[in-house]
Design a protein around this ligand. Structure first.
Ligand SMILES: Nc1nc2c(ncn2[C@@H]2O[C@H](COP(=O)(O)OP(=O)(O)O)[C@@H](O)[C@H]2O)c(=O)[nH]1
Ligand SMILES: [Mg+2]
Length: 335
């Protein structure tokens, strides 16, 4: 592997950026070095997570959003990370994503990258965060992270983002898909795509009703007054618990670009809200703390593993399984 060049990445060298992303994806130490070199220059990008069940139209939507942002008066540089846990190919893309890449390929202000993530070192959320940091360091103002909303991994990835779009579409089953995946509560903006379908109003109404119910129960965020009374952002509290943001339900037809302007306005409004309330910093602090804690856990576990005698471990595990000792007693014997 050629030496990676952080300066070239900062100056917009796309090849250098691609190389660094690949290095990070492969767990190559040179990738880590590049990340560290770029880190002081990061923290500028707006990360927008886009999640939802397969087929809801996320890729189509992100495509339209990228195009709309690029057509605005002071166009941001836009990057798209498509996280596809099912793709076994590094840098591989689904058919829809390949079409998208061709579609947006001529614009130097757009960078698109798929991340195949099976067996990603340190987990999916960790590699996605690393990708976002590299793109941030490369000067992308707006980074879309598209994930298939199917479980905890996607929720973890979405949590990386400042703004989370949960995409729903009618006709994919009777239930609201996001409810099943447990991702409704992390939505900052609820997008009801395929508004050209006759049943889409029912989907929108059902979502609105669910939101109102959740708010009535108080399971959605209470007042953000903590933020105004404390001097520094509470890194320990999950920032979403401090938010008073009311997620809008936004109908769009991604294939026709209908409703996209309003969605762009929603995304900008949420960014401004985060900046004005101090939640932006709180989110950044929370994310970095989570990342550090994860690294510490991994490092401690690794060093324990290196020191651990596998035979002793097997013997203690056996005692645990046969219930001769409790988990806590096993821990005391092992550490
Ligand atoms: N009718 C209709 N179809 C759409 C719309 N947006 C996307 N689709 C279609 O839905 C399918 C899945 O879209 P895709 O963007 O790949 O969904 P993803 O799996 O969520 O990324 C494709 O056939 C799209 O053409 C829309 O607004 N209306
Ligand atoms: Mg997709």
């Amino acid at each position: 592997m050629a030496r990676l060049n952080p300066d070239a990445i900062r100056q917009g060298d796309r090849l250098a950026l691609s190389r660094a992303l690949t290095a990070v994806e492969n767990g190559d130490p040179a990738g880590q070095e590049t990340l560290s070199a770029l880190f002081p220059h990061t923290g500028q990008s707006h990360l927008v997570g886009v999640t939802g069940a397969p087929g809801t139209g996320k890729s189509t939507l992100v495509n339209q959003l990228a195009r709309a942002f690029r057509a605005s008066p002071h166009p941001p540089k836009v990057a798209i990370i498509a996280v596809d846990p099912t793709s076994p190919f590094s840098g591989g893309a689904l058919l829809g994503d390949r079409i998208r890449m061709q579609d947006l390929a001529g614009d130097k202000g757009i960078f698109i990258r798929s991340m195949a993530s099976r067996g990603a070192l340190g987990g999916l959320a960790h590699s996605t965060a690393a990708f976002a940091t590299l793109l941030d360091g490369a000067g992308f103002d707006l980074i879309f992270i598209e994930t298939v909303g199917a479980g905890q991994a996607e929720v973890d990835i979405a949590r990386l983002a400042h703004t989370v779009l949960v995409v729903e579409a009618p006709g994919l089953g009777d239930d609201i898909q996001a409810l099943k995946a447990g991702i409704l509560e992390i939505a900052d903006i609820l997008v009801v795509n395929k508004a050209d379908r006759p049943d889409s109003q029912n989907t929108a109404r059902a979502l609105q009703a669910m939101l109102e119910m959740a708010q009535g129960r108080g399971s959605l965020p209470p007042a953000a007054k903590h933020l105004r009374t404390t001097k520094k952002p509470a890194a320990a509290a999950a920032p979403e618990e401090l938010s008073t943001w009311q997620p809008p339900v936004r109908p769009v037809t991604a294939t026709e670009g209908k409703g996209i302007e309003k969605l762009v306005a929603d995304i900008r409004a949420h960014r401004n809200y985060l900046k004005e309330t101090g939640l932006w910093q709180a989110k950044e602090a929370y994310r970095l703390q989570q990342d550090l804690d994860g690294l510490i856990r991994d490092a401690l576990h690794r060093s324990w593993q290196e020191a651990c005698d596998p035979d002793q471990y097997a013997a203690i595990l056996d005692q645990l399984i046969t219930r001769k000792i409790s988990p806590l007693e096993a821990l005391a014997l092992l550490i």
